[in-house]
Design a protein around this ligand. Structure first.
Ligand code: S3P
Length: 169
């Protein structure tokens, strides 16, 4: 159960529904939502794809950390849709723990994710072999999501509203 003074952070793989669920949950709680990729794009005036192509992944990861840390410093409690890779950095994982935020891992079978993601858009890492990449990423990241999570919500075969209810529970 989320406390009124706690930020809520959704983490999980690409395509799991973090942005959509965060918007609905934020509406329900009457909070602002910080969607990592959207904040990065509006702040830099460039797409995630352009940042990856022009500056490389490490530069993108640095922006991701800036946005996370800023959102965690908001005075009013907010809902944060973390980007999929936010748990890769030990510093980000420590920031999540230290902030006292409630972190919910939206977890899906990689096979479910393949159906939901399309290459293009803001997911350049999935341009080649999305199914294999998602499987490998899940294996690499599973323990990291688990490490930061206060709660795990399984999303396979669940509607958005069922996931929202589970996140708020
Ligand atoms: C990434 C996830 C994407 C985006 C970028 C990298 C990742 O965000 O930040 O393509 O490494 O998992 P979403 O999780 O919102 O798709």
């Amino acid at each position: 159960m989320i406390r009124a003074d706690q930020h809520l952070v959704l983490v999980g793989m690409m395509g799991v529904g973090k942005s959509t669920v965060a918007r609905v949950v934020a509406d329900r709680l009457g909070r602002r939502v910080f969607d990592s990729d959207a904040v990065i794009e509006s702040r830099t005036g460039r797409t995630v794809r352009e940042i990856f192509a022009e500056d490389g992944e490490p530069a993108f990861r640095a922006l991701e950390t800036d946005v996370l840390v800023e959102a965690l410093h908001e005075v009013e409690p907010v809902v944060i849709a973390g980007a999929g890779g936010v748990v890769l950095s030990a510093a980000n994982r420590a920031a999540l723990k230290e902030s006292g935020a409630r972190v919910v891992w939206l977890c899906a079978d990689p096979a479910t994710l393949v159906e939901r993601v399309k290459s293009g858009g803001h997911r350049p890492l999935l341009d080649a072999d999305p199914a294999g990449t998602l499987r490998r990423m899940f294996e690499e990241r599973e323990a990291l999501y688990r490490e930061v999570a206060d709660a795990i919500v399984l999303v396979d075969h669940r509607s958005i509203s069922e996931v929202v209810e589970a996140v708020l529970r």
